[in-house]
Ligand binder design. Structure first.
Ligand code: SAJ
Length: 411
C-alpha cells in the first residue's frame, strides 16, 4: 500500500515517518524544496525529540521519499496549515491548493483523509473542490458508500515534544463522510495507532478537534483571570489554586504569561466564526488569554519605575516549557515589547537556542540564567524550563521577581 502525505510539517512529517517505519511506502509531498531536500538526505527541518533518527532510518530503507508534487497512491493524507485571516476567519487556501495538487492523480478506490485542524464543514468543502476538478469520478456527496473517492476527517491531537509517543498511543477520532470512509480510514490508522479508533461522521470529528483545544483555552483563561483578580486583591494565585485544587472535583490549570503555540490560540476562533452569537465563553476566553501578556508588561513597567535604568533578566522565550519553538510565543512578544519601551538593560535567557532571534538582535543581550540573575534588579520568569530549577533561591530574595508561571513558588 502506498500513502501520500501532503504537507511535511510538525504533524505530516512525524505521521509519514511512523507509517513508513511500519513498512508502508510513503510519498511525502511538500511545496518547500528545502524541506524536501532535507528529508531526502535523511535529515529533519523541524525539531521534535527522536524524529531525526527515525527519518534517517525510513529514508535509508526507501520507505519515505519526499517530492514537491503528488504521485498516484492508495490513500492521501492532508496535513497542511489552516491559519486564520483578518477577523479571525479560517483560511482554507492551503487545503484548496492541496486539493488542486492531488486531483490529477486521483483514481477510483482512493481514500482522502484531512488531518489539518479545520472549521466544521471543511471535509465536505474539500470533496466539493475535488468534484469540480474531477468530473469523471464520483464523490460521497452524490454517491455515498458507492463513491469512487472516499473522504474522512481525522484530527491529530499530539502534544509537541511528545509527538512520536502520542501518535501511537493516543485514541484517534475517525470521521467519515460515509461509513465506508470511516472504516477505510480506521484500517489505515490501525497500522500504527495502539489507542482506540473512534468512528463518527466528518462534521463531528472536525468539531471534536476544535472542542478539545477550546476546552483547554477556556480552562487556561479561568486560571489567567484568577491571576488578575489575585494581583488586584493581594492574594498569591499559586497558593490559591493549590488550595482550591484540594477539592475532589476542582482541577484548575496554571496561569501563565499568555497562551502560545499554533493550535490553542487559533482553533477556538474557528468555532467563534461558525457560531458567533452562541460561542460567548469561547470568545471571551480567547480575549482573556490574549490580554495576559499586556498585564505582564504593565507589571514589569511598574517594577522598573522603582529603579534608575534597571537590569531586567528575562528567563525563557519559547511558547512553553522544555521546547525550542519560539513561534506564537507570548514570552517573545513580552520581551520584544519591553525592549521597545527602553525600561532598562534587558538580559534574555533561552537555553534551547544558540543565538537571539532576529527580532531581538541588537535590542537585548543574550545571557545565561546564572549571569543574568546575578546582574538583575528585576527577574522576569516567562517559561518554566527545567534548566531554571538550578537557580539558587537565595539569589532571588534580593531581587524583584515577577514569576508568571509560579515556578519559584512552593509552600
Ligand atoms: N498553558 C498555560 N497554562 C496551562 C497549560 C498551558 O498557560 O496550565 C499554555 C502553555 O504555556 C502554552 C499554551 O498554553 O503557551 C499551549 O500549550 P499546551 O501544552 O496546552 O498545548 P500545545 O499547543 O502544545 O498542544 C495542544 C494540545 N491540546 C490539548 O492539550 C487539548 C495537543 O494535544 C494538540 O494536539 C495541539 O494543541 C494541536 O496540535 O492542536
Amino acid at each position: 500500500n502506498t500513502v501520500a502525505m501532503i504537507g511535511l510539517g510538525y504533524i505530516g512529517l512525524p505521521t509519514a515517518t511512523v507509517l513508513a517505519s511500519r513498512g508502508v511506502k510513503v510519498i511525502g509531498v511538500d511545496v518547500n524544496q528545502h524541506a524536501v531536500d532535507t528529508i531526502n538526505r535523511g535529515q529533519v527541518h523541524i525539531v521534535e525529540p527522536d524524529l531525526d533518527g527515525l527519518v534517517h532510518h525510513v529514508v535509508k530503507e526507501g520507505n519515505l521519499v519526499a517530492r514537491t508534487t503528488p504521485q498516484e497512491a492508495d490513500a492521501f493524507i492532508i496535513a497542511v496549515p489552516t491559519p486564520f485571516m483578518d477577523g479571525h476567519k479560517p483560511d482554507l487556501s492551503y487545503i484548496e491548493a492541496a486539493a488542486r495538487a492531488i486531483a490529477p492523480v486521483l483514481r477510483q478506490g482512493n481514500l482522502i483523509i484531512l488531518e489539518s485542524t479545520s472549521p466544521v464543514g471543511a471535509t465536505e468543502q474539500l470533496a466539493g473542490w475535488l468534484a469540480e476538478y474531477r468530473t469523471d469520478l464520483s464523490f460521497p456527496q452524490q454517491a455515498g458508500d458507492a463513491a469512487d473517492i472516499q473522504l474522512a476527517y481525522c484530527p491529530e491531537r499530539v502534544l509537541p515534544g511528545h509527538v512520536l509517543r502520542e501518535l501511537v498511543e493516543n485514541d484517534r477520532i475517525v470521521g467519515g463522510m460515509t461509513t465506508k470512509a470511516a472504516e477505510m480510514a480506521a484500517d489505515l490508522y490501525q497500522i500504527f495507532v495502539r489507542g482506540e479508533c473512534l468512528l463518527t461522521d466528518s462534521r463531528t470529528a472536525e468539531m471534536a478537534k476544535l472542542t478539545e483545544n477550546s476546552f483547554r483555552d477556556v480552562n487556561i483563561a479561568f486560571a489567567n483571570e484568577l491571576s488578575l483578580i489575585s494581583d488586584k486583591l493581594g492574594i498569591n494565585v499559586w497558593e490559591l489554586i493549590e488550595l482550591a485544587n484540594r477539592h475532589p472535583r476542582v482541577n484548575i490549570l496554571k496561569p501563565g504569561p499568555g497562551v502560545g503555540g499554533h493550535c490553542i490560540a487559533v482553533d477556538p476562533w474557528f468555532i467563534v466564526d461558525s457560531a458567533p452569537k452562541e460561542a460567548r465563553i469561547i470568545r471571551t476566553a480567547r480575549e482573556v488569554n490574549d490580554n495576559k501578556p499586556h498585564h505582564v508588561i504593565e507589571q514589569v513597567a511598574r517594577a522598573a519605575d522603582r529603579f534608575k535604568n534597571p537590569v531586567i533578566a528575562c528567563l525563557g522565550l519559547s511558547f512553553k516549557a522544555d521546547i525550542d519553538d519560539l513561534r506564537e510565543s507570548p514570552a517573545m512578544d513580552i520581551v520584544a515589547d519591553l525592549a521597545e519601551r527602553d525600561l532598562g538593560r534587558m538580559l534574555v535567557v533561552e537555553p534551547h537556542i544558540d543565538k537571539l532571534p532576529n527580532k531581538l538582535e541588537g535590542k537585548v543581550e543574550f545571557s545565561n540564567a546564572e549571569e543574568a540573575i546575578e546582574q538583575a534588579d528585576i527577574v522576569l520568569l516567562l517559561v518554566d524550563h527545567k534548566q531554571f530549577k538550578r537557580v539558587r533561591r537565595e539569589k532571588l530574595q534580593t531581587r524583584v521577581v515577577i514569576d508568571t508561571r509560579g515556578f519559584f513558588w512552593s509552600r
